[in-house]
Design a protein around this ligand. Structure first.
Ligand code: FMN
Length: 374
C-alpha cells in the first residue's frame, strides 16, 4: 500500500464500536424495495454485505413514516415487516464483519400526493419545489411528475413528527442497526426548516437561525432518549440537494447547526461539502466546512467527490476523521482493497442507480475475481 493512502486504514473509535478503517460508505438510494410494504429483501442483504469492508456503512435513506416518503420503491423503517427486512441486512453485514447505521429520512416537500392518499406533502412552509418527483409507476403519468405544493406543518403537529423519528429509531435498533444517521441534508424536510429560502414560519421554528435549527435539536434529544448518543450521527449539507432550496448565509447557518450538534457526545457529524460546479460563491463554499468542523466536537466525516488520495490528505492534516465515498463504493464493493492496491476502479453506471433488480446492484466485480461476489 502506498503511504499516501495509509491514513484511510487507521481504525476509528466511535462510541461502543471501533470502525476498522476510516472509509465510510455513503447513503445511496437505490429504489429497489419490495412493494407493497417498502421492505428490504435478501437481495439488499447481499448488496450491503458485499460492501461490509467499509469502516461504516450508512444505509440508503429510509423513510421514518408514510408521510416521509417521496420516491418510488424506497424502504421504510416504521413497520414490523420493514424491521424484519432490515434485520436480514444488518445480520449479513455483521456476519461479514461490518458496521451499519440507518439513515432516518423524511423528504418533506420533495414528494407527491400519490404517496399520501392524495393529500399534499408537508414542509416547514407552503412551498413548491423545483424539479420533478420520482414516482415510478405509483402515478399514471410517471416515472416523473411535477411536485405539487406542500403545506406547512402546523406547530401542534411538530411533537407528532418528533415521535415519528423516535419510533423509527426504535425500529432501527430492533432491526439490529449499530446506530442511526439523522438525515438533515440535501434539501429534505429538516433542511426545509434550516434553509432561509423555504422556512418562512413565524413560530418558534422559523425566523432567526436558532429557531430554524431548533427542530433538529429536538429530534436529537428524542433520539438520545432511545439510544446512547454515541450511536447517533447526523448528516448536513450547506448547499445543494433536491428542490432548489438555499440558505442566505450557509456558513453562519450551518456552523450554528454544527454547534447545536456539539456537546451531545454524538457518534459523528457528516458533512456533504459544497459542490464547486454549483456556480455558487466558491470562497464561501471553502469556508463552510472548516467552520462546521471548528463548531463540532466529535468525529467529523466529509463527503463529496473525494478520491483515495484527497481523502487521505484530509485525514493527514486533520480536516476530517473519516471520508465518506458514494459512487466509488456503489461500483467497487471491495473499495478498501482497491484503494490499498492503487486501483483500478470500476465506473458507476448511472442507468442502474434507481429501480430494477440485481443488475447494476450486486453484480459489480471485485478486484480479485471476475465473477461478481456472492
Ligand atoms: C445513486 C445515489 C443515491 C443517493 N442517495 C442518497 C441518500 O439516500 N441519502 C443521502 O444523504 N445522499 C444520497 N446521495 C448522495 C451521496 O450520499 C453522496 O453525497 C454523493 O454521491 C457524493 O459523494 P461521492 O462523490 O463520493 O459519490 C446519493 C447519491 C447517489 C449517486
Amino acid at each position: 500500500m502506498k503511504d499516501a493512502v495509509a491514513p484511510l486504514f487507521e481504525p476509528l473509535p466511535m462510541g461502543p464500536i471501533t470502525l476498522a478503517n476510516r472509509m465510510v460508505m455513503a447513503p445511496l438510494t437505490r429504489s429497489r424495495s419490495k412493494v407493497p410494504g417498502h421492505v428490504q429483501t435478501p437481495l439488499h442483504a447481499l448488496y450491503y454485505a458485499q460492501r461490509a469492508s467499509a469502516g461504516l456503512i450508512v444505509s440508503e435513506a429510509t423513510q421514518i413514516s408514510t408521510e416521509g416518503q417521496g420516491y418510488a420503491w424506497t424502504p421504510g423503517i416504521h413497520t414490523d415487516d420493514q424491521v424484519a427486512g432490515w434485520a436480514l441486512v444488518t445480520d449479513a453485514v455483521h456476519n461479514a464483519g461490518g458496521r451499519i447505521f440507518c439513515q432516518l429520512w423524511h423528504v418533506g416537500a420533495i414528494s407527491h400526493s400519490c404517496f399520501h392518499d392524495g393529500e399534499p406533502p408537508v414542509s416547514s412552509s407552503t412551498w413548491t419545489p423545483e424539479g420533478q418527483a420520482f414516482v415510478g409507476d405509483y402515478h399514471p403519468d410517471g416515472p416523473t411528475v411535477p411536485h405539487p405544493e406542500a403545506r406547512a406543518l402546523r406547530t401542534d403537529e411538530i411533537p407528532r413528527l418528533i415521535e415519528d423519528y423516535r419510533h423509527a429509531a426504535r425500529c432501527a435498533l430492533a432491526a439490529g442497526f449499530d446506530g442511526v444517521e439523522l438525515h438533515a441534508a440535501n434539501g429534505y424536510l429538516l433542511d426545509q426548516f434550516i434553509r432561509s429560502s423555504v422556512n418562512r414560519r413565524d413560530d418558534r421554528y422559523g425566523g432567526p437561525v436558532e429557531n430554524r435549527i431548533r427542530i433538529v435539536g429536538e429530534i436529537l434529544d428524542a433520539l438520545a432518549e432511545e439510544m446512547e448518543p454515541d450511536r447517533i450521527g447526523i448528516r448536513l449539507s450547506p448547499t445543494g440537494g433536491a428542490g432548489g432550496s438555499h440558505d442566505d448565509d450557509p456558513t453562519g447557518t450551518y456552523a450554528a447547526a454544527a454547534k447545536l450538534c456539539a456537546g451531545r457526545g454524538l457518534a459523528y457529524l457528516h458533512v456533504v461539502r459544497p459542490n464547486s460546479h454549483g456556480g455558487g460563491d466558491a470562497e464561501a463554499a471553502e469556508a463552510v466546512v472548516p467552520a462546521m468542523r471548528a463548531a463540532f466536537d466529535g468525529p467529523f466525516v466529509v463527503n463529496g467527490g473525494f478520491d483515495a488520495e484527497e481523502g487521505a490528505a484530509w485525514l493527514t492534516d486533520g480536516r476530517a476523521d473519516a471520508i465518506c465515498y458514494g459512487r466509488l463504493f456503489l461500483a467497487n464493493p471491495d473499495l478498501p482493497v482497491r484503494i490499498a492496491a492503487g486501483g483500478p476502479y470500476t465506473e458507476a453506471d448511472g442507468d442502474t442507480f434507481y429501480g430494477g433488480g440485481a443488475e447494476g446492484y450486486v453484480d459489480y466485480p471485485t478486484l480479485h475475481r471476475t465473477e461478481p461476489p456472492t
